[in-house]
Design a binder for this molecule. Structure first.
Ligand code: B12
Ligand code: SF4
Ligand code: SF4
Length: 311
């Protein structure tokens, strides 16, 4: 199996991918370390979100030769929560729902292609955007998201290590989308001011996502205006204003509808074990079970906004 043959087979499954040498793990480490040494990261953000990467081959695969990065389409999902007589649409952005199962499907496809040829694959935890961009699979938007041709930013990235040989690779390095040279829409599009016109790196500690992914006992900071919230978890402002995503914006999947009684139970923070069976099944089926504990805060602020607007 050659790299070219593998990428062709991935394309037949609707995936886009790149294969680079495992030595690139060092480049990825240096990419982050360099910014850290320059003091570009908020200390609490760095500790919480950027210290869990692995920049060595997986323990079970010391002979790893390559990193394989794959992008697959992943649309946003619109749920409906009935509240005070009104059906309120609530978005969940790409990458959150069924992500483990979808990543496993990528790993299985890679296994089916590589194992018969005598190679192995193992998942690994690396900075995925940096790898996608530096390998030439994606480009950075000014909003710091990775954009893939034909997918915009509405995709998810999966990475595995393999012993598939890859001594020579393409590594164009970090680059920004050409459209961003003549556009700044995401700068005012981010209500939190996380996208700084004077530096490329966003201020992650101001990103709404950084806060609404935190456990429910963490309150939103006082400077964060309730009207800025727009998703059950995560945020889509800088992706929806982006002209590069225009053709993908309508490709929204319909999620479940939650009745007024179900919405009330979720807002009240009912412990998952005490939820009625039908509601638990609905949440599990839509992969929302893991965000149930965030709902009193995250859904609460969205429904309050809806009410304030309709008053
Ligand atoms: C930490 C993290 C966050 C943090 C910090 C985000 C950030 N921009 O760093 C928080 C919680 C805020 C966050 C938010 C979001 N995230 Co996030 N996040 C991650 C995580 C775990 C690591 C990202 C990382 O390495 N950050 C560190 C920074 C330094 O890396 P970087 O952004 O690539 O920065 C590089 C460039 O800036 C470059 N660089 C520096 N200077 C310059 C100058 C120029 C000109 C150029 C071109 C480049 C360049 O160097 C930096 C690296 O050294 C990854 C998962 C993973 N394993 O990779 C998901 C991930 C990146 N996030 C993802 C998503 C979807 C989001 C959100 C859109 C969530 C949402 N849907 O609501 C928001 C978007 C926020 C934003 N505008 O970036 C996706 C990416 C999807 C995509 N299309 O890019 C990932 C891959 C996770 C996933 N579930 O698939 N996230
Ligand atoms: S995800 Fe939201 S808060 Fe974060 S940078 Fe984009 S618009 Fe700003
Ligand atoms: S909104 Fe404009 S500047 Fe921002 S990422 Fe999209 S194209 Fe680039």
């Amino acid at each position: 199996m050659t790299r070219e043959a593998l990428l062709q087979q991935l394309a037949a499954h609707g995936y886009q991918g790149r294969v680079v040498s495992v030595r690139r793990l060092e480049d990825l480490r240096e990419g982050l370390d360099c910014l850290h040494r320059q003091g570009q990261f908020d200390a609490a953000f760095y500790r919480a979100r950027l210290t869990g990467f692995t920049f060595a081959p997986p323990e079970g695969m010391p002979e790893a030769r390559s990193l394989i990065i794959v992008a697959y389409r992943d649309p946003p999902v619109r749920f409906t929560f009935d509240w005070r007589g009104t059906p309120v649409p609530v978005m969940v952005p790409p990458t959150y729902l069924h992500s483990s199962a979808k990543d496993r499907a990528v790993e299985q496809t890679l296994g089916q292609l590589l194992i018969p040829a005598g190679y192995r694959v193992e998942p690994t935890r690396v900075p995925r955007k940096l790898l996608a961009v530096c390998s030439g699979l994606a480009s950075y938007g000014r909003n710091n998201l990775a954009y893939v041709a034909g997918m915009g930013s509405f995709h998810r990235l999966a990475v595995v290590c393999s012993d598939l040989p890859c001594d020579e690779d393409d590594w164009p390095g970090p680059r920004m989308m050409s459209r961003c040279a003549r556009c700044e829409a995401c700068v005012p599009g981010c209500p939190a001011g996380a996208i700084d016109p004077d530096r490329f790196l966003i201020h992650a500690e101001r990103c709404i996502t950084f806060w609404n992914e935190e456990p429910s006992q963490v309150s939103f900071p006082a400077w964060m205006q309730p009207s800025w919230h727009n998703c059950l978890v995560g945020c889509m402002h800088c992706q929806t204003v982006c002209p590069e995503n225009r053709e993908f914006l309508e490709r929204v999947q319909q999620g479940a509808v939650f009745s007024e009684d179900e919405t009330r139970l979720l807002l009240q923070g009912t412990p998952p074990a005490d939820l009625p069976g039908a509601l638990s099944d609905k949440l599990r089926g839509h992969d929302l079970f893991d965000v149930v504990d965030l709902m009193p805060r995250n859904l609460g602020v969205l429904l309050q906004q809806e009410q304030a607007q309709s008053a």
